[in-house]
Design a protein around this ligand. Sequence first.
Ligand code: UDP
Length: 248
Amino acid sequence: MNLEKTADVFGYKIFAGSLDELADGIREDISKDQQNVIFAMNPNKVMLAKKDAQIKRILKSADILIPDGIGLIRAARMFGEHISERITGIDLMEKWCQIAETDQLPIFLYGAAKESVSGAVGELKKKFEMIPIVGYNNGYDQNAAKVVDKIQLSGAKILFVGLGSPAQEEFIYQYKNDLTNIRLFVGVGGSFDVISGQAKRAPKWMIRLNLEWLYRMVAQPGRVKRYGFLLQFMIYTWIVKWRKRNEG
Ligand code: UDP
């Protein structure tokens, strides 16, 4: 029920409720033994998928697409759709760690450099003392099939994958049927770097003012190429809106 609130943005069903509603909905599904795949959607992925049919198929295969990126929320508003709040992979991950501690749901972390993922495990154990983390693996091992076996053998029910996009979405899409124990898959991007302290998240005031993208652009100039997408995304949004107006 909680998971049914969605907004149609460029043909994607984006979750439109709050983080708490999302967490409650997933918790209910897990209690019924249902599996969910969650990917974060942002302008970058909308533009990538526009050029790549396989990425589009993978993104559309998700059970839930969360609105990560203020650009997506603004576009939704332009199309007359309402999204309650921005939800990022890291917000969802932190919320889930809290629930996993209470409900004792075993977790596996896959992705990022060795020191980053092990550091994230250490930090999570400090913050949530009883958190059942049953395994982790860095994201630079070449043999994905071995990692799949390791995850399956760990008995984990929750899997956070931080390989960056679109690698993490491709991994989940390819192996979700082999990972029969997992009840929740979440693509979390660079979250392990942030949790371990290897990378910093923007200060709270910047997040509140929807300027996290600006912080990341300045803090990680290597990512600047990605921001070309933002302009393309804005133009695309206007074109779609214009078409809709002419159709209607
Ligand atoms: N990464 C990985 N294996 C790779 C390439 C990248 O595990 O082969 C990790 C990288 O160390 C980082 C994350 O993927 O922790 C990507 O972070 P980014 O912030 O770029 O994520 P995105 O913006 O794509 O969500």
